[in-house]
Ligand binder design. Sequence first.
Ligand code: SF4
Length: 553
Amino acid sequence: MLNEYAYCPRLAYLEWVQGEFADSVDTVEGRFQHRRVDRPSGGLPPSPADEEAGPGDDDDPTAETIHARSVLISDQALGVIARIDLIEGQGNAVIPVDYKHGKTPDLPEGAWEPERVLVCIQGLLLRANGYTCSQGMLYFVESRQRIAVPLDDALVSRTLELLSGIRDMASSGRIPQPLEDSPKCPRCSLVGICLPDEVNFLSAQGRAITREDVRRMAPARDDSIPVYVQTQGAVVGKSGEQLEVKQKSQVLQRVRLMEISHLALFGNVQVTTQAVRELCDRSIPICYFTYGGWFRGITNGMGHKNVELRCRQFMGAVTSEAALSISRQLVFGKIKNCRTMLRRNHREVPSATLAELNRLADRALTAPSLDTLLGIEGAAARTYFSEFQGMIKIRSVAFDFQGRNRRPPRDPVNAVLSFLYAMLIKQAMIAAITVGFDPYLGFYHQPKYGKPALALDLVEEFRPIIADSVCISLINNGELGTGHFVTRGHATALAPNGRRKVIESYERRMDALVTHPLFGYSVSYRRILEIQVRLLARHLLGELPSYPVFRTR
Ligand code: SF4
């Protein structure tokens, strides 16, 4: 953590206080190259500090040669614990060696400050345990070069200064500002979590930071994919590094674990304990749906360690002003995005409808209470859905939309909408859990047993532009027909072949790249949803003055 603090104080706060971690090329390479040194071997002679005779003679040629790997060492007075890759030496004179995965940097000191600080604190720990240590060593794996780091007064004093700094930072409870326009950020493993340029831009407050200064440093879309299993009677198990879906003894599908974002099971599908444990270890959620697509639950490892965020979430949810301010933005964004949907897709949207939606969106921004906001949202939904049929270009009785109905849906359009909203809520739930929120405590939707209120909040701004948009496209492109639905009594549901079509189209939409309206870079809807959840967290943690709702233009 001292190494991270020397690199960027915010990085240390995110990792140490908020429990964030993410792999990058650097961390994966580092782990791979560390695999040998991480295996403990050899040993240190008893700590001279513990021996009655005191430290021995460092120049004694008969003294024992030390070559100990992966040694855990600590000191109460320093308040530091470290695992040292390798300790070499003779007698009491030792040198800590730290393995670095890259090439030796071209610097007069031979290494960057965070690396020198790291071996310095290791040296100080060894000294505190009674050994003699006058230098540390950095071994750069790629260039196979050793760089000696003398533990001189300047480095020791800087290391102790940083040690005191990181403690003060952690106890302050305030996350440091992101670095500005720093070349460190694109290489930082937490850049997709920290959102440095985005946070700097949205909290600029007088500083000359523009949208053009925001760099897209995280990938535009995720490489991992969700796995859906809807074959009744199938069993999901683990086989080596793969998930295996079987029915009886026949293998239906194999997917590499490293490529899975989450597992979605529909109806009567079993999952083995080994598979559950592996998915939990890898923080891959398992989502359970009824056969008809109702979202029933989620399995999710040990949960996120960011208790600081949960405290702020709970405080925000019970503070009416904070909850109202976030809710106003959510409803405003939803109404504006409904308006955009009609403008883009309706054959001939009445100007009065667009004006009414504008008026309701503006009213949402100043609503004096959640009850008023609910009324405004209800009025906007009635206005929007009264023109929904105008976006359906196929003339068919099956897709004659007379208004929104649910529980259960009574016609094909409502069946598709309900299924897509459930998909979206699942995605928001996963994003909320990934970021460290409690998905059951919302700001706009009020707590109710079993209701994922925060996930419902988070999907508001995305319902029209993702779910409604997928529904309209599927119908207008002729991808859905009456054969994709089943009707029992008054209830209409998607048949398995219809569900498959809707899931495929939904996933394509989530992966579609769009230009982010605030930041100007190209990014997938799936990633945008996660960014919104992270921005909500930044707002609650006091970094952003308000929640910046997502609005398409
Ligand atoms: S992305 Fe930049 S500001 Fe954020 S933690 Fe990493 S180095 Fe620090």
